[in-house]
Design a protein around this ligand. Structure first.
Ligand code: NAP
Length: 325
């Protein structure tokens, strides 16, 4: 396959540097209006393009991929999470899938810290109060939050983003690091982060002051944090989610935030984005961000160029650097 004939589709608008890079090399269809493609349009694209570059807002399920052979041979995803792509259907249809690991680790860890600080220090509540004209001035008992120093941060999943969050929380804010993951990390990483592995999720939840979720989305982690797990957390605990919305049962979370069983939650992701569970919108102790984890100039550009590197490898017949299927 020659690279000049490769037809590439970007399902959403990308940073200019990454679009220019691809435009110089391939026959690319862009989405300058940045409109969400329908399932029908996505399904048709599988017969019109050699490479499709989707992202988290595209639902690439079996109805889109189909079962008969298609023109598309590569899905070069813009993003590290790939639970929006039906990986088994891609394997069956012999469509390769790549993602963009690593380049968004720091930005997402920064956002996890943003949510930890915003919830612990009640920054969302304070901002809303001030903008609403309800602030009556400084007083000793006004919007009292919690300090992070010496508190235990429990990380669920201990991959790239969890470890980068642990680094910030431990070395920057003096937090103790606990983690739960199916596999242990190296002794060196544990030493560098003063991190202690908990044998069970229950043990982690019981011992943590702040719990931050960093597992992939998908069937295995769906509702991993529900009413039973929330009951293990102590009443002053804070729950942070920059992973995927489906990891939390949001009805159980809203009930716990309302009753005071949990102190606060900081969320960047939701089960059916862009919908946000209405029960959470009404709660002052929920900090709600619109999926901003990787949203920095540096990171979004790096994500585009990393996806483009996978397209390049595909075009030249080289091994795909970030192949997941
Ligand atoms: P990663 O390096 O692959 O880390 C994932 C971790 O989860 C690994 O430690 C993995 O270890 C653990 N894990 C997987 N399944 C598990 C399970 N069932 N139970 C317990 N632990 C499990 O991925 P990453 O780069 O840190 O990214 C993590 C996730 O963050 C992504 O998948 C994505 O969905 C999300 N993300 C969100 C944003 C945002 O904008 N908010 C940005 C980037 C990424 P074991 O397999 O050993 O258990």
């Amino acid at each position: 396959m020659t690279s000049d004939r490769l037809r590439v589709l970007l399902t959403r608008r990308w940073p200019e540097a990454a679009e220019s890079y691809l435009a110089e090399r391939y026959d690319v269809t862009f989405n300058p209006e940045d409109t969400l493609m329908s399932a029908d349009a996505l399904a048709q694209a599988f017969d019109a393009y050699d490479v499709i570059c989707p992202t988290v807002s595209d639902n690439i399920d079996t109805s889109v991929i189909g079962s008969s052979p298609r023109r598309t041979r590569l899905l070069a995803n813009f993003g590290v999470g790939f639970d929006h792509i039906h990986i088994d259907a891609c394997k069956k249809a012999k469509i390769a899938v790549t993602n963009t690991p690593g380049v968004l680790t720091d930005a997402t860890a920064d956002l996890a810290m943003t949510l930890i600080l915003m919830t612990a220090r009640r920054a969302g509540e304070g901002e809303r109060e001030l903008r609403d004209g309800r602030w009556t001035g400084w007083r000793p008992t006004h919007l009292i939050g919690r300090e992070l120093s010496g508190k235990a941060l429990g990380l669920v999943g201990f991959g790239r983003i969890a470890q980068a969050t642990a680094h910030r929380a431990h070395h920057g804010f003096g937090m103790k690091i606990l983690y739960y993951s199916r596999s242990a990390t190296t002794a060196e990483t544990e030493k560098n982060l003063s991190a202690k592995r908990m044998e069970t999720l229950e043990e982690l939840l019981r011992q943590s002051d702040v719990i931050s979720l960093h597992v992939p989305g998908g069937a295995e982690t769906k509702n991993m944090i529900g009413a039973k797990e929330i009951a293990f957390m102590n009443p002053g605990a804070i729950l942070i989610n920059t992973a995927r919305g489906g990891v939390i049962d949001h009805d159980a979370l809203a009930a716990a935030l309302k009753s005071g069983a949990l102190a606060a939650a900081g969320l960047d992701v939701y089960p059916a984005e862009p919908a946000v569970p209405p029960s959470l919108l009404a709660l002052d102790n929920a900090v709600l961000l619109p999926h901003l984890g990787s949203a920095t100039v540096e990171t979004r550009e790096a994500m585009g160029l990393r996806a483009a590197a996978n397209v390049d490898a595909f075009a030249s017949g080289s091994p795909l650097p970030d192949r997941i299927a």
